[in-house]
Design a protein around this ligand. Structure first.
Ligand code: PBG
Length: 329
């Protein structure tokens, strides 16, 4: 065929490249993670996540209004809990006047159209830094699912639009769905972290929330008994299919970039929207390399975001949301 067919014709100018571009990304694609702390006037940078902050409710309000003005429509909330409020069962997570519940109300009061998704897992509230209740060196499954269901109802009562269980207990989507239905929250959605891997890329996030598993006897040192082995692929599909069957409205793959093969397979397998979490370690890696002058921050960031979308993501949870606006204008 050569030289009749020359693929480079479609690459000759910026205009033709624009015309044939298959994947575009807009603020609508982003879910913006936000870290909330107690206090007033607090906006502290997370050392391992340059230019990303933990903020108190007053700053949260300003931030969300700014994000809305920039064109974003959804946020994902995480709270940092003081040590003295942590216990094995995550009791503080159920406090109707807890930080998460107040954060939801703050956003819904000032920017009602902003979609609010909340993290549902015990780790920020756990004295052991685990996503579930610890007993005799194990993470209890069904007991944890019950607490997660109560937590979800509490978030729904405060006004959350979606709850996002990130814990990887078996059966928790069904338990949560049933609890929401029982309490009259038919319209509260569930975004399930369905294929969540036991990943080294979560390090900076655990710094941000002070939520790493503690190193004491009879407490598992890692999350490998509930988060997935990164060597596995079929298991990701089974996990995701089960979450859809149990009532998940949106499913998620996490982390992002090293798992784009999984994203594509899941996209081909299920017919609900697929979210991808480009996690804290992915963010930190690029920030660090750019700081050293080893990578061009903006072009690599765009390449990563587009790659995630191209792989099949309908939604990208990303700390780069505001950088994206800076680049795209
Ligand atoms: C915990 C949770 C984690 C993240 C989101 N929810 C960390 C973990 O599983 O230890 C990680 C997000 C990130 O690294 O950006 N339920």
């Amino acid at each position: 065929m050569y030289p009749l067919i020359r693929n480079r014709r479609l690459r000759t100018s910026a205009s033709i490249r624009r015309l044939v571009r298959e994947t575009v990304i807009t603020p609508d694609d982003f879910l913006v993670p936000l870290f909330v702390v107690e206090g007033k006037g607090v906006k502290e940078e997370i050392p391992s996540m340059p230019n990303y902050y933990r903020m108190s409710l007053d700053h949260l309000e300003t931030e969300v209004l700014e994000l809305w003005k920039m064109g974003f429509c959804a946020v994902l909330l995480f709270v940092k809990v003081p040590d003295e409020l942590k216990d094995n069962k995550g009791t503080e997570a159920l406090n109707p006047d807890g930080l998460m519940q107040r954060a939801i109300k703050t956003i819904k009061n000032s920017c009602p159209e902003m979609l609010v998704m909340t993290d549902v897992a015990l780790d920020p509230f756990s004295s052991y830094g685990h996503d579930g209740i610890v007993a005799e060196g194990q993470i209890l499954n069904d007991e944890t699912a019950e607490v997660l269901a109560e937590m979800s109802v509490s978030h729904a009562q405060a006004g959350a639009d979606f709850v996002a269980p990130s814990d990887m207990m078996d059966g928790r989507i069904l338990t949560i769905r049933e609890a929401l239905e029982d309490e009259g929250f038919q319209h509260t959605g569930i975004m399930s972290y369905s294929a969540k891997y036991a990943s080294g890329f979560y390090g900076p996030f655990r710094d941000a929330l002070d939520s790493a598993p503690v190193d004491i006897a009879n407490v598992p040192k890692d999350k490998k008994s509930y988060q997935m082995d990164f060597a596995n692929r079929f298991e990701a599909i089974r996990e995701t299919q089960m979450d859809v069957d149990e009532g998940a409205d949106i499913v998620m793959v996490k982390p992002g970039l090293p798992y784009l093969d999984i994203v594509r397979e899941i996209k081909n397998e299920v017919d609900v929207p697929v979210a991808v979490y480009q996690v804290s370690g992915e963010y930190a890696m690029l920030k660090a390399a750019a700081e050293k002058g080893w990578l061009d921050h903006d072009s690599v960031m765009m390449e990563q975001l587009i790659s995630i979308k191209r792989a099949g993501a309908n939604i990208i949870a990303s700390y780069f949301a505001k950088d994206f606006i800076r680049v795209m204008g």
